[in-house]
Design a protein around this ligand. Structure first.
Ligand code: ADP
Ligand code: MG
Ligand code: MG
Length: 905
């Protein structure tokens, strides 16, 4: 016979004062966070009102069976309820001395907003008399009863809370009083009757036939019916839309379920020696070592959070008459809890007539600044060691510290939401083109660039703008990637936004808002929020704590961290953030702006002399670029990728040209001009490809136009020689992109080596410049052993590798069907944000085969995944030498790399 499944667990003491708790803090998967820690507190001797916990698995069984109770569970609950009554010496529903309970949800992970708590369960028209008798306090008893009906109706039956609040307000108006506390026992008794009426009117008898008495729905009088309905409501809340959405956002499994805690009530509303409150063992905002929190005298739990009355700071508690002892005990418990859990804890408590009860504890949420500060303090205090301190800070939270944010006290309405594509907040005038952004910035005005989607043409505007807002595209769209790289805030994929770039305005679906050019807007790229008007921004205070934790992280990590940067400013920023080199310098970003004209001349001209002149100009410009980069990164490696994108990216859009020609013709424009434009358009059309991403790009460009890599290598070598002569130590490395066969690499490597040797001879300096390749095509990964014979290093370009492994076009699929795939669990997450296991296998294979071909091969990754903590864990396992990410992600990557290394220990 199989063991019967244990579904219910007791906590707290029995009548003799013995601890009968069956769980502990390690059992969160069974008891939920709240239940596990109620058990733990009871185990360490803290005053916890007794009760029992129904397991999370029971919730899943119930839900999976289509909201049907698994066999025997109701009987078990019945047993535990009887046991609880014996332990307490009171009975639920008793007319002399009733036991009241709370019914509290509690999932394995904290899930705010999932389900509220029902307090005072067990009250009915009989037990109210018992409560009055026992407390000799009719006002308290009637207040408890009306609260119960109100909460039960709202939380369990889903009635609108306003129905009841309105009735209370109407009563206060009639009585001419301001506060709830001014209502008398009789007033409250009257409210109870009114509330029952509201219940009868608003609950459907068809939905709840069991509640129909004599043809109308009645508020349930049987405590067992109340209890069963309340537990069912908690179970059901696991699948309410808010909870489902929350889990999706936070990558929490749908299969965990929530526990239900049934616990004896204690009362913080029994007069002036009673109180209730919430507290943290340290300051969760800045991490300071001080008791932090609020309490309310003569109140029940929900009043504190609801902000109905003004609360007092927790430090005052021990000075309040009648609460001194409880206040002191609470402070002792704070210390005890920290020593026990070795962390900053969040606490809920209630004081009933001077006696303290602990109702909840969990590890406290904190800001990034507080997380750093607390981890460092606790290491100093000996509560945790350095490794644990490094584990304590969530890498993604660090972003908070590196960018401006909306002021927490700011008052604003959210206009629209999109994807939180690049962290930080921005405020500025809306502009609808790159040129307008540049113009605004030049005139000293702050602006936000609003585009359907951005493309390489928008780069100047993106740099000029404070922030970027797009209505299309996902988290790895052009706008998102570039914004993150620049550290600019970006919200993308705001579907409600309908942009008319011609008219320079945008409308917002579901509102009558029209954003015109020049209107102030604010966006928060950390949360994906767009606001009409200017929200106050604050810059987080950077203390030395970040450096301390990152230095500790550096002691433990195995992965190197480099940055993706293509200009000296970003290179400097990367260095300041602790990057140990540049893992990817994209040279195409150096061909924009004024230089675009030169490359266009090169592409579109047949005349060799003209082309050579253009290449000469590019050479001069590039030599200057590289000189600046290498100088900034003196002594550290800089991997320069040779020209990668399809050439047509540098050309005018043929559609725009077509329109221009049509306009010229219609207005009788100059015939020769029209002819010229036509020729131009034909040439541009000649470059059009069906699948540019699979076309003439990467190393293929260098093979078709050898003059381009020759020019670039010469510029790299010349800049290096110049710096060497100045006594510096430049360390460039040349990277050939999009290689699929070893023959391609062999050919271009020979070109590079030839030019390097030439420059070395001309300049009279020794040049030792490594040549390597990107592994970003499946064929390259599976033939890495061959390719490695021609490479000093590999850099895995996981963006392209993801595109080509899945056959997904990144620019399209993120908006087209990836959301649906995620919804239907066809994909567990967006593979462009976090490395997919299939793509990771190719990386792993590439590393292994690569080392067979060249034992000294250095392997890194330079795709977007290089800055993603989850992906960093994968790369650490694979044994890469380094990851490379945008400058602002460098601190995040350093920390994530350390945590990955510690996880392996
Ligand atoms: P949440 O998960 O939203 O924090 P809780 O289950 O912790 O919900 O309940 C909210 C509040 O209700 C608690 O902070 C506490 O003040 C009050 N409460 C819950 N259970 C009891 C109880 N047994 N006795 C007194 N108050 C309680
Ligand atoms: Mg709580
Ligand atoms: Mg690529």
């Amino acid at each position: 016979m199989t063991e019967p499944v244990k579904r219910v667990y007791a906590f707290g003491k029995d009548a003799q004062g013995n601890n009968v708790t069956e769980g502990n803090t390690t059992m969160k998967a069974t008891l939920g966070g709240k239940g596990a820690n109620l058990a733990e507190m009871a185990n360490i001797g803290l005053p916890v009102p007794p009760g029992f916990t129904i397991s999370c698995q029971t919730c899943m069984e119930y839900a999976n069976a289509g909201n049907v109770w698994p066999e025997g569970v109701l009987d078990t609950i019945h047993e535990y309820r009887l046991d609880l009554e014996n332990r307490i010496g009171k009975k639920i529903g008793d007319a002399e001395d009733p036991l009241l309970v709370s019914v509290r949800s509690g999932a394995p992970m904290s899930m705010p907003g999932m389900m509220d708590t029902v307090l005072n369960l067990g009250l009915n028209d009989e037990s109210i008399n018992g409560l009055i008798k026992q407390t000799e306090n009719p006002r308290f008893a009637w207040d408890s009863y009306r609260r119960f009906i109100q909460m039960f109706s709202n939380v369990v039956m889903g009635l609108d809370g306003d129905l009841f609040e309105n009735a209370i307000n109407a009563m206060k108006a009639v009585r001419g009083v301001k506060s709830d506390t001014d209502l008398t026992a009789e007033d409250l008794q009257e409210l109870v009757a009114e509330f029952k009426g509201i219940f009868t009117e608003n609950v459907s008898g068809e939905e709840y036939p069991a509640l129909v008495v004599d043809g109308s729905v009645q508020f349930p009088q049987d405590p067992m019916v109340q209890l069963k309905l309340a537990i069912e409501a908690v179970f059901g809340s696991w699948n309410n839309p808010r909870a489902v959405l929350y889990r999706k956002k936070n990558k929490i499994s749908d299969d965990l379920g929530t526990a239900v805690n049934v616990q004896c009530m204690v009362f913080g509303n029994k007069g002036n020696t009673s109180a209730t409150g919430v507290a943290f063992t340290r300051n969760p905002a800045n991490g300071a070592k001080e008791f932090y929190g609020d309490y309310l005298v003569n109140a029940q739990g929900e009043d504190v959070v609801a902000g109905i009355r003004n609360t007092s700071p927790i430090a005052d508690l021990k000075h309040v008459e009648g609460l001194e002892e409880a206040g002191r005990e609470l402070e002792e418990i704070f210390v005890l809890l920290e020593n026990h859990f070795h962390d900053m804890m969040d606490i809920e408590f209630t004081i009933e007539q001077g006696k303290l009860f602990m109702l909840q504890t969990r590890v406290g949420k904190r800001t990034a600044a507080a997380a750093l500060h607390i981890a460092i303090d606790m290491e100093k205090e000996g509560l945790i060691d350095k490794k644990e301190a490094v584990r304590r800070v969530a890498p993604d939270q660090l972003d908070q510290l590196l960018h401006p944010q909306f002021d927490k006290n700011a008052d604003y309405d959210v206009l629209a939401r999109g994807l939180n594509a690049s962290p930080g907040a921005a405020v500025g005038e809306a502009v609808f083109s790159s040129a307008d952004a540049v113009a605004a910035a030049e005139a000293g005005r702050k602006c936000v660039l609003v585009r359907w989607e951005t493309n390489p043409d928008d780069l100047a505007g993106m740099i000029a703008a404070e922030g970027i807002l797009t209505s299309h595209g996902g988290k790895t769209s052009h706008a998102a990637v570039i914004a993150r790289g620049m550290g600019a805030p970006c919200v993308c994929g705001v579907e409600a936004l309908k942009i008319d770039a011609e008219k320079k305005q945008a409308t917002v679906a579901g509102t009558d808002v029209v954003i015109k050019e020049g209107d102030m807007i604010s966006l928060d790229g950390t949360s994906g929020i767009v606001v009409l008007g200017a929200v106050d921004l604050v810059m987080p205070e950077l203390t030395g704590d970040l450096d301390t934790i990152l230095e500790w992280a550096d002691e433990f990590r195995k992965l190197g961290v480099r940055a993706n940067a293509d200009n000296p400013e970003d290179a400097k920023l990367s260095r300041d953030f602790g990057a140990s080199g540049i893992g990817l310098c994209r040279t195409e970003h150096m061909f924009l702006g004024e230089r675009k004209q030169i490359i266009q001349t090169f592409i579109l001209n047949d005349d060799d002399a003209v082309r050579e002149k253009a290449v000469g100009e590019l050479f001069e410009a590039q030599t200057g670029d590289f000189y600046g980069m290498f100088k900034e990164m003196d002594g550290l490696p800089v991997i320069v990728r040779l020209l990668d994108p399809p050439l047509h990216e540098f050309l005018e859009s043929p559609r725009a040209l077509d329109v221009e020609i049509a306009r010229l013709e219609a207005t009788g424009g100059d015939k020769t001009l029209i002819a010229e434009k036509r020729m131009l358009m034909e040439r541009i059309d000649g470059f059009a490809e069906q699948n540019p991403m699979l076309g003439l790009r990467g190393c293929r460009l260098g093979i078709v136009y050898p003059i381009l890599p020759e020019m670039q290598v010469r510029a790299i070598a010349t800049a290096t020689a110049k710096l060497k002569k100045e006594g510096l130590d430049p360390k460039p490395e040349i990277m050939i992109p999009l290689v699929s066969t070893v023959a391609e690499l062999e050919k271009l490597r020979a070109v590079a080596e030839k030019i390097i040797a030439e420059v070395a001879a001309e300049e009279g300096v020794e040049l030792d410049i490594e040549v390597g390749t990107m592994i970003e095509l499946p064929r390259a990964a599976v033939t890495a052993d061959e390719i490695a014979t021609q490479a000093d290093f590999f850099s895995f370009g996981t963006n392209d590798l993801t595109q080509t492994t899945f056959g997904f076009s990144r620019d399209d699929v993120e908006a087209e069907f990836v959301p649906q795939y995620l919804q239907e669990h066809l994909l567990p997450y967006n593979p462009f944000a976090t490395i997919d296991p299939g793509v990771a296998k190719l990386v792993e294979m590439g590393v292994k085969l690569g080392h067979e071909g060249n034992p000294d091969l250095v392997c890194g990754v330079c795709g977007e995944h290089g800055g993603d903590p989850d992906s960093i864990h994968t790369f650490n396992k694979i044994g890469l030498d380094y990851v490379s990410c945008s400058p602002y992600r460098v601190p995040v990557a350093r920390l994530a790399a350390a945590q990955a290394a510690l996880e392996e220990e």
